[in-house]
Design a protein around this ligand. Structure first.
Ligand code: HAM
Length: 427
């Protein structure tokens, strides 16, 4: 039986890779515009980084990590997200001492053993940003706006109606001082209706009660109708930070929705959290999410806290939203296609190399099929010019250069074909 890809993974090729690269180039540009520099971290880390960083009671750590033991009996895990790795790298490389604020971004594959469905994969790609070293709520807003700007530019440029329908959902989850207050109130609220909660939520009630707010099961949703808002329980500092985020969003006329039920699936969050939700995505509707994590760095930094905020965008989800848009609908393009004959095959290879050394994008038919088929391929690849290199041409030292748009042909010294084409291509 043929070997197939692992469930929940994706192959990208041709048009899909083109889309991916277009999107990635947006990420690079916008990250630079907002003052972020790229960081690359390993795809696997010691498991402890994620268990301690993301939280033992989260779904990710509890049941979704790809964990294995190396030959030295150490437990390693394929990264399920990027934040913990960035925090580890920043501490390990003493970057916190070098700059008061470190603004870093990354792109890459993450791995979670979730039940695969549309928009939910076991290997997926994220574009993430982390701003470490400030508790300013304006940093939270900057992170939100960076994500929104990317989406709105992509939507405008590629005409995606679905992408223009994005909602910025914000909430506060409090800090280590006030979160327990809210958890207590939430437990009190849920207690009389415990039997109506699903089995998962009954466990969450004991271990991580905030996660009940995120449940999509109808009976749980019904119980949650009228649940107390976390904002009413958080301390002045968290309230103040959240209010400043809202004021600042108002200040740039950015619409948002305060969503009392937004809690996020990772334990490291403090104060403001956010998600960018897109209705077109269906049940997996979050295209990006993030928030403040003022206590995460302290876990790995000998207890010395450093405030930070960040986000990550799901690239596959973004591509799903852009499916109906004009993104990367262009076919392959070439400057020159070299039409060769069996007798001139070796010569054509040296011609191709000569052109490539002059940075001319060119290709040929490595199977040297009929001239008719080769011209068909040249057209399929949208070649601007073709060079015909038959035995007569090679013997006479002159090749035929055809302008593929109007069919006009010129005889050109083979020796000078590269210079001639550079001139024609206006390079
Ligand atoms: P997250 O909400 O777990 O946050 O993931 C961010 C985004 O990654 C999601 O909004 C979604 O678009 C995408 N995503 C997550 N899981 C999958 C999946 N199984 N398949 C496809 N896409 C997926 C984080 O990862 C945090 N590290 C974000 C952050 C950075 N917070 C602070 N800094």
């Amino acid at each position: 039986m043929a070997i197939q890809k692992v469930r929940g993974t994706n192959d990208f090729f041709y048009n899909e890779t083109k889309k991916l690269k277009q999107i990635e180039s947006y990420f690079h540009s916008f990250a630079k515009i907002y003052g972020y520099e790229e960081i690359r971290t390993p795809v696997f880390e010691y498991t402890e980084l994620f268990t301690r960083g993301i939280g033992e009671e989260t779904d990710i750590v509890g049941k979704e990590m790809f964990t294995f033991t190396d030959r030295g009996e150490r437990s390693l895990t394929l990264r399920p997200e990027g934040t913990a790795s960035v925090v580890r790298a920043v501490i390990e490389n003493s970057l916190l001492n070098e700059r008061s604020v470190n603004k870093l971004y990354y792109m890459g594959s993450m791995f979670r053993a979730e039940r695969p469905q549309k928009g939910r994969y076991r290997q997926f790609n994220q574009f993430g940003v982390e701003c470490l070293g400030t508790d300013s709520p304006y940093a939270d807003v900057e992170v939100m706006l960076l994500n929104i700007n990317i989406l709105s530019h992509l939507s405008k440029e590629y005409g995606s109606a679905a992408l223009s329908d994005i909602s910025l959902e914000i909430n506060t989850v409090g800090c280590e001082k006030c979160k327990p207050e809210y958890e207590k109130a939430l437990k009190e609220y849920l207690k009389p209706n415990l039997d109506k909660l699903c089995a998962t939520c009954r466990t969450r009630y004991e271990k991580n009660v905030l996660r009940v707010l995120d449940c999509k099961v109808p009976s749980c949703k019904e119980v949650l109708n009228g649940v107390p808002a976390v904002y009413d329980y958080v301390c002045c500092e968290c309230k103040d930070s959240f209010d400043k985020v809202k004021e600042s969003l108002d200040g740039v006329s950015q619409k948002y929705r305060v969503n009392n039920m937004l809690v996020r699936g990772l334990d490291y969050y403090t104060k403001t959290v956010f998600e960018l939700q897109c209705r077109a995505l269906g049940s997996q509707n979050a295209v990006a999410g993030g928030g403040r994590y003022d206590k995460l760095i302290g876990i790995f930094n000998n207890g010395k806290d450093v405030p930070a905020v960040g986000s990550a965008m799901g690239i596959e989800r973004l591509m799903l939203i852009l499916e109906d848009s004009s993104l990367a609908q262009t076919e392959k393009s070439l400057d020159v296609f070299v039409v060769a004959f069996k007798e001139t095959e070796a010569f054509s290879i040296s011609m191709l190399e000569k052109l490539r050394r002059s940075f001319i994008e060119c290709d040929s038919d490595l199977n040297v099929r009929s001239v008719k088929s080769q011209f068909k391929t040249a057209n399929k690849y949208n070649a601007l010019y073709s060079i015909i290199l038959g035995p007569d041409e090679v013997n006479s030292g002159k090749c035929v250069v055809r302008n593929m748009a109007d069919g006009s042909e010129e005889k050109v010294d083979i020796e000078n074909a590269d210079k001639y084409l550079l001139m024609k291509l206006a390079r």
